[in-house]
Design a protein around this ligand. Structure first.
Ligand code: HEM
Length: 477
């Protein structure tokens, strides 16, 4: 059996393999055998037995393989020599660099609005209106395949959040350049966060829909922020790096300023849409405009570009905020220090057309006969009736509490204003005429209101590289 096992491969080689090889390589065989001396030596001339024959077959095959390899190498060298330099690129494909960091500004892609793209076609797809990069390329997953559009019914293609393609977003250099621009400008966020004003406006509309009293506190926050150390959102800070007491703890802010939760809510939406772009200060300024708009004031444009301050000190509040027992001299002086004239003063206190005051802010007037003389007796009756505690509240304008209108100026002229400081403006020749005028010309007042608000919102602003863009309005970064 052992002999048979040795003989069989030999016979197989002689009868089948060698004839086949000989015919297949008949052109090469002589060359192989004569190619070099070593090959000649390797092939025995005398074949004494079958084993030798089998051995020889193996050697021939080896020689053929060796020759074929040499031929292949030679062909390859020749091909390379005939190629131009640049095409002789490395054979191993270079992996496509994949940026492991996610592209900033992940914009949720609404799969229902993205049409199926033609594979390889880079024409823009529909993205929800207003999103940055409305001309973005189809969403692709991985490399080398046809663009894959998320399909809500197919779990394979569901892509919950896709980063917007880089080319549709401003580059870091563009953003830096944008931030460096000095001063304020209209459409400041057009390139870097085109939806910013829309998000803010919708935030106000939503909040107002749930609670109509939310509009009034917002412009008041603006006044209280801008008059203390300039418009820098320092009023929003819960603490300072120094650990000192912050502005919002001051008596004149204290329990009567509100609206911080709405600011936090909208700021979070802005950060989700375009991180580190929209300052808390600009948020407050736009939101104040929108608070007026939902209350009936026609839209007016507001420039952006303010940056946020890094400190907030209770000590800065004293002497910088108007109080309800201020005289007209004190009011005019304070407003002048902030760059606002008498007309601006009267225009802006028209904001008291909406909102409420706590009883401790006005009830004292009835205790002093001289002051009480400036309170309409009917209003005095309402004050006494309503103020069961100093913390009770009364609307400035009891007829249209949620509406910005010129009724409040008429009420001031008739001594029916809640605040002593407001009523005094009707007693002073420097300011009385404005009260009369705006009481009769609501549109004229609206027109002045936008301008005066923009003046207020420009006090000592931080721009360019100053301050920072806070991630959260309550804390410095
Ligand atoms: C001129 C000097 C001003 C004084 C003395 C003054 C004083 C006050 C006082 C005492 C309150 C009521 C606080 C409380 O008891 O809850 C109040 C509320 C209010 N102030 Fe003024 N204010 C002045 C100017 C302004 C300006 C310029 C604006 C807006 C641009 C403004 C907007 C408001 C609003 C909307 C409220 C109602 C807030 C709410 O309902 O929560 N005030 N102000």
């Amino acid at each position: 059996m052992a002999a048979m096992a040795r003989i069989f491969p030999g016979v197989f080689l002689i009868c089948i393999i060698l004839p086949l090889l000989a015919s297949a390589f008949k052109d090469h065989l002589p060359e192989v055998q004569l190619a070099n001396e070593s090959d000649k030596n390797d092939v025995p001339i005398h074949i004494n037995n079958v084993a030798q024959l089998s051995e020889m077959g193996e050697k021939i095959i080896k020689a053929l393989k060796k020759k074929a390899k040499e031929q292949h190498d030679l062909d390859h060298d020749l091909i390379e020599e005939s190629q131009p330099e640049e095409e002789a690129a490395p054979v191993t494909p270079t992996p496509v660099p994949v940026d492991p960091t996610p592209t900033p500004n992940p914009v949720p892609v609404d799969p229902t609005t993205t049409p199926n793209p033609v594979p390889g076609n880079q024409t823009p797809t529909n993205v929800p209106e207003g999103y940055p990069g409305a001309t973005r390329a189809p969403v692709t997953i991985g490399y080398g395949g046809a663009p894959l559009t998320p399909n809500p019914s197919d779990p394979q293609t569901q892509v919950p959040v896709q980063p917007a393609p880089q080319q549709d977003l401003p580059t870091p250099e563009e953003i830096k350049e944008h931030r460096k621009r000095d001063g304020l400008q209209m459409g400041f966020y057009d390139e870097t966060c085109p939806n910013a004003e829309k998000i803010i406006k919708e935030g106000m509309i939503r909040a107002f829909g749930n609670d109509s009293s939310i509009a009034a506190p917002i412009p008041r926050l603006l006044l209280h922020d801008c008059f203390v150390n300039g418009c820098d959102a320092s009023l929003f800070l819960d603490q300072t790096p120094s650990g000192a007491r912050v502005e919002k703890l001051a008596n004149s802010n204290g329990r009567t300023v509100r609206g911080f939760d709405l600011i936090d809510e909208i700021k979070a939406e802005l950060e989700a849409e375009c991180p580190d772009i929209v300052s808390c200060t600009d948020l407050l300024v736009y939101l104040s405009r929108d608070a007026f708009v939902v209350s009936g004031v026609p839209h007016y444009d507001v420039p952006g570009g303010r940056r946020d301050g890094m400190e907030s000190l209770e000590a800065n509040v004293l002497g910088n905020l108007p109080l309800p027992d201020f005289t007209v001299d004190m009011l005019i002086d304070l407003f002048k220090k902030k760059g606002l004239n008498e007309e601006d003063l009267v225009v802006l206190i028209g904001a008291h057309s909406i909102g409420v005051a706590h009883c401790f802010s006005f009830l004292y007037r009835l205790d002093n006969p001289q002051k009480a003389a400036l309170v309409d007796p009917r209003l005095a009756g309402v004050m006494k009736f309503t103020c069961t505690s100093p913390m009770s509240t009364l609307a400035f304008d009891t007829t249209t509490q949620y509406k910005m209108d010129s009724i409040y100026y008429k009420q001031l002229a008739g001594k029916r204003g809640l605040l002593e400081s407001d009523v005094l403006l009707n007693e002073d020749p420097r300011t009385r005429d404005y009260i009369q005028k705006f009481g009769e010309d609501e549109n004229g007042w609206f027109n002045k209101l936008g301008k005066a608000m923009n003046k207020l919102a420009s006090i000592q602003v931080l721009t360019g590289d100053q301050g920072q863009i806070r991630k959260q309005c309550r804390a410095v970064n």
